[in-house]
Design a protein around this ligand. Structure first.
Ligand code: HEC
Length: 257
């Protein structure tokens, strides 16, 4: 069970509670007044509302923990997702707190409740729906690595990438080959490995052959690179989600430049 899959499942349950809650209320509004039945439906509506809020909080917690662990700017999709979630929070507060006090706006609750339901569908559609589609319903695990990192320690600030073999640089050809592959896919857009010319970030040729790293002036050691991947300087995105092995393989490759 990965965190994305868990989030998707919780989100879909949240949608179910939204639909059920709306349905219960529509029954109340739609049928000939029958106070007993209406009261029962209102109770169901309220229970569905509580379930919705609990699931919403659980998913939000996982999202915030993930954002804090990844420490990168949200993608446009994630930004819309966050905005929608905040809009839902605002609408829920209006609906629950205001309308309870000011009964004259009771009619508006229908509109607000429906708006919450629709926004919930869009919210879950652009995240859980997207995730389930591109991962073939959670089968493709490769996109989950960052998420696993988030689950390991929500709200963690910095964790060492290096494990027991900190300091030592791998020199076997398989690690180097894997590191080159990672470099091409993750780093090459911004760093030229064959020169010291700046593309977006500095060229990394001879990185470990000089005493200092090009920008920060930190000592050119594996430890500094591990740190740079976790807490990058300036405009470089964080690679805190790389696994221990991936980071070490990447360093093995950088050592050959
Ligand atoms: C989106 C562009 C971008 C990507 C992708 C990127 N970097 Fe960087 N990197 C930078 C920038 C920009 C700097 C210089 C920091 C600054 O000036 O703000 C930098 C600096 C560095 C430095 C020098 C740090 C120092 O202390 O002087 C190293 C080493 C480095 N990057 C390695 C990597 C590795 C390894 C990857 C792939 C896992 C990577 N970078 C991916 C943009 C990027």
């Amino acid at each position: 069970m990965t965190i994305f899959f868990l989030k998707s499942t919780l989100s879909l349950l949240m949608l179910l509670s939204a639909v059920y809650g709306m349905y219960a209320m529509y029954v109340v509004f739609g049928q000939i007044p029958d106070t007993d039945r209406a009261a029962a439906q209102k109770r169901r509506h309220r229970v569905a509302g509580y379930v919705y809020v609990v699931l919403f909080l659980a998913v939000s917690y996982l999202c915030v923990a993930f954002a804090m662990a990844a420490r990168t700017e949200p993608s446009p999709r994630a930004a819309i997702h966050i905005l929608l979630a905040l809009a839902i929070v605002a609408l829920l507060m209006i609906k629950v707190m205001f309308l309870r006090r000011f009964r004259q706006f009771y009619e508006q609750a229908k509109v607000i409740g429906t708006a919450i339901g629709i926004l919930s569908f869009v919210l879950v559609g652009i995240s859980a729906g997207y995730y389930l589609a591109v991962s073939r319903v959670g089968q493709d695990r490769t996109m989950d690595r960052s998420a696993v990192y988030a689950l390991r320690g929500p709200f963690l600030a910095v964790k060492e990438i290096g494990g027991p073999d900190r300091g030592a640089i791998r020199t076997d050809s398989r690690s180097i080959a894997r590191g080159r592959f990672l470099f091409v896919s993750r780093c090459a857009a911004c760093h030229d490995p064959l020169s010291t010319r700046t593309v977006v970030g500095p060229g990394l040729q001879g990185l470990f052959k000089k005493p200092k790293l090009p920008v920060s002036g930190h000592p050119a050691t594996a430890e500094s690179i591990r740190f740079q991947l976790k807490q990058p300087l300036g405009r470089m995105p964080s690679f805190a989600y790389l696994s221990h092995d991936e980071a070490e393989d990447l360093i093995a490759y950088l050592n050959t430049l």
